[in-house]
Design a protein. Sequence first.
Length: 200
Amino acid sequence: MGLTPDKVVAAAAKLADDVGIDELSLSALAASLGVRVPSLYKHVNGIDDLQQRLAAQGAGGLVAAVEAEARGRKGRDQLIGIGVAYRRFARANRGRYQAMVRVAAIHGENPQRAAQLEALLRWAVSQYGLTADETRHAAHTVHSALHGFVLLEANGAFGPSAGADASFAGLMSLLERGLASAPQSRSRGLRLPGIGVPGR
């Protein structure tokens, strides 16, 4: 069977998982497939097109993974499930996740996928008795925490896997406790979500 766009993208994803998105090149991809670089242009329009395809697959896969864990859960179990699914996907699909970051930096986020992920995160945090405005900010906070963690972990910031697991458990515990305490804090007259940290 000859090459197809799907086979080329799948091979690129595997290669990017192994070497990282920065080292993904058409020449390396062609070598891994046993073809010459011009053959790839029958299926993709260069490295930028290839990265955008990887990013699209990654965004769709991340949303699907998070949604699968969110369904049928509530409250703390749902929040933790979402976090675990997010991290698991990023670790198992390093190349696609890095492509998402790269493409978003150059071309902007995929609006549809970004909206789907935010809707899932808002659904999870809305169960903590937050106002609509607090829910929006809390969803952004959870997303930022998860995104930041998986990027740092991918760069070896947390050392051995066991240490990273403990750090991730601590992160999710902090997020959950903060969300759970928000309504009580409001009732005591504290202003939410601001905590005196400058916006920029």
